[in-house]
Design a protein around this ligand. Structure first.
Ligand code: CAA
Length: 253
């Protein structure tokens, strides 16, 4: 009698073609997941580069256009994915933007744009994925927060509020789903080698790097490793936790 392999778990990664997202997709595929990267369709050049960067996992990484800040778009997307690829077992919310400005200069637009992606986006995706996960009795949600949500950063009242909010959201949802086989955790990256960090002025960035005990920026692989760990099938007893991956930049207990 032949035994066919069980179907691969489906992992959805928002911000999937971004600075951290691409490597998260690659590592999840390497860990045996069928990965769907979500990102804005408008990032056409990045979509082409993403296909090249993930060519070695061609069959296991697909791209779907979506805007996480739009509830209806997320709802339609998850319905479409469940039809085409199977149920969503793992959800990684890595879509995030910065709109840095000190509060005295911050416009309402900078505040709202950031909240719509970094915080509403987490609600929009989780709200549409959660029922299927709890009905099936399995789910792994990993939300990408930030060290700056834990410790604050000059020029980031909007970003820090959203990222701290992401962890509060995750703890609350973790309680709601703990008995249904669904875990909800956050990963809080420090400063990593991504376009988002490269956009910080060189002198401020140098000051920040000087304060990182490990002595370097993090790599996307450092973060992806934590996501793979928390989304593993046998990580079912870790929920409501925050896993900092920041090179020692902020240590707490
Ligand atoms: N720390 C301390 N003082 C600062 C400062 C800082 N980071 N930035 C500006 N200041 C001081 C200036 O020296 C100036 O002082 P004086 O008035 O005495 O001359 C005053 O504050 C200027 O204030 P402004 O309101 O005019 O601020 P600005 O427009 O010059 O700078 C900013 C604002 C560009 C946002 C700047 O503060 C900055 O780059 N901050 C760091 C932003 C940052 O680290 N972003 C992280 C992006 S990556 C990311 O978010 C990923 C992740 O999760 C880690």
């Amino acid at each position: 009698m032949s035994h066919s392999a069980p179907p691969k778990r489906v992992a959805l990664v928002s911000g999937g073609i971004g600075g951290l997202g691409t490597e998260i997709c690659r590592q999840l595929a390497r860990a045996g997941r069928r990965v769907i990267a979500l990102d804005l369709a408008s990032r056409e050049e990045r979509v082409a580069a993403f296909h090249a960067e993930t060519a070695d996992f061609d069959d296991d990484i697909a791209f779907e256009p979506a805007d996480v800040s739009d509830f209806d778009s997320c709802q339609q997307l998850i319905a479409r994915i469940e039809q085409q690829h199977g149920n969503v077992d793992i959800l990684v919310n890595a879509a995030g933007i910065t709109r840095d400005a000190s509060l005295r200069k911050m416009t309402p637009q900078q505040w709202h744009e950031l909240m719509q992606v970094n915080l509403d986006g987490v609600f929009n995706m989780c709200r549409n994925a959660i029922e299927g996960m709890t009905e099936r009795g399995f789910g792994r949600i990993v939300n990408i927060s930030s060290v700056n949500g834990q410790t604050g950063q000059f020029g980031q009242t909007n970003y820090c509020a959203a990222k701290a909010g992401v962890h509060g959201f995750s703890m609350a949802l973790a309680r709601e789903t703990a008995r249904k086989g669904v875990t909800v955790n956050t990963v809080s990256p420090g400063y990593c080698d991504t376009p988002m960090v490269a956009a910080v002025s060189a002198d401020i960035r140098a000051q920040i790097v000087a304060g990182i005990p490990v002595g370097r920026l993090g790599s996307p692989a450092d973060i992806a490793r934590a996501v793979v760990f928390l989304s593993a099938d046998d990580a079912g007893y870790i929920t409501g936790a925050n896993l900092p991956v920041n090179g020692g930049y902020f240590m707490s207990f």
